[in-house]
Design a binder for this molecule. Structure first.
Ligand code: CP
Length: 325
């Protein structure tokens, strides 16, 4: 067990080795148990986390804020538009200055081609850990919560279990591709056979695809790509279907929105879920476009684990904060 994570950033999913992720999960399960029993676990008394948001949030803000309070510390909510960032504060200044006020800097910046570079720029200048609350490339805390949820539902030995990471239709906006990218990189390290399904225009970044292949090879899992939801769902143990934008294929947002309209049949519904194993679970990080991306019947049905997933965000994040800050 590798436990020395103090001072470390978590920006990309592979920043922590598999053994370090196992440590995070072990601590997360312990913290979940402690909270259930009402046992105090104030490991971060007197510590303060900055939460800098360039993009809206329900779960991420709530779970980091509540998690810090439960650990005995405090989380400060900072909306980028209320700061002097637009008037000239650079990532270097945010890293240098917030690094002197706070014990950790958590950032959400999802702008395509900008977010991940921003986080790394802050991390370079910061003396305290930088935690990725979602960027344009990765959503590592969502992925940790998802892994925790899968272990709860399917057990620790995930070898030979089939996980589908599928694109789904949603008309509301071009959603970041950080969730599927984190999933395809992280899940093969835990033995899952990952099938990525998407229409041809919704490719993930080539470097992420290479990383996913490498991790699958290294850890003995499978990673394949198909272009049909039905084909992907067949015999799946885990169905994770959500929308993302066509940014890799078409960086122009308006043109990307036109492409999305071609694929309204990519909805997760009861008929498609019936192709998966009878005990398959349905996962989604939320928010979802109900009855567009997924039917109410699936979202609220017996196979859905979306609220456990959302809860586990808090336990996984508390574990990383307690270990790194
Ligand atoms: N899943 C997730 O990151 O939710 P929020 O966008 O509400 O934070």
């Amino acid at each position: 067990m590798q436990t020395w994570l103090h001072g470390r950033d978590l920006i990309g999913d592979l920043d922590f080795s598999r053994e370090e992720v196992e440590t995070v999960l072990d601590v997360a399960f312990d913290l979940k148990r402690k909270r259930a029993l009402g046992e105090s676990h104030a490991y971060l008394r007197d510590k303060v986390l900055a939460m800098l948001f360039f993009f809206s949030s329900t779960r991420t803000r709530g779970s980091f804020e509540a998690g810090m309070a439960q650990l005995g510390g405090h989380a400060g909510f900072i909306e980028s538009k209320s700061t002097q960032i637009s008037h000239g504060d650079t990532p270097k200044e945010i890293g240098e200055i917030f690094g002197r006020y706070y014990d950790g800097i958590a950032i959400r910046h999802c702008d395509w081609g900008v977010g991940n570079g921003y986080l790394n720029g802050v991390a370079k200048a910061s003396r305290v850990p930088v935690l990725n609350m979602q960027c344009d490339i990765y959503h590592p805390f969502q992925c940790l919560a998802d892994l925790m949820t899968i272990i709860e539902k399917k057990g620790k030995d995930l070898r030979k279990k089939k996980m589908v990471v599928s694109w789904a239709f949603a008309a509301s906006y071009q959603k970041p591709m950080s969730v599927p990218q984190s999933l395809v990189v992280q899940m093969p390290r835990f033995g899952l056979d990952v099938t990525l399904a998407h229409p041809p225009e919704f490719k993930l970044m080539p470097e992420i695809m290479n990383m996913a292949q490498e991790q699958a090879k290294k850890f003995g899992g499978k990673f394949e790509v198909v272009h049909s939801m039905e084909e992907a769902f067949k015999d799946a143990d885990i169905v994770y279907a959500k929308s993302w934008g066509a940014m890799v294929h078409e960086p122009d947002g308006a043109k990307g929105a036109e492409i999305i309209k071609k694929y309204s049949s990519w909805i997760t519904d009861e008929r498609k879920m019936a192709l998966a194993k009878p005990d398959a679970i349905y996962m989604h990080p939320l928010p979802a476009d109900r009855n567009v991306e997924v039917t109410d019947g699936v979202m609220d049905g017996p196979q859905s684990v979306v609220y456990d997933e959302a809860e586990n965000r808090m336990h996984a994040q508390k574990a990383v904060m307690a270990l790194t800050m």
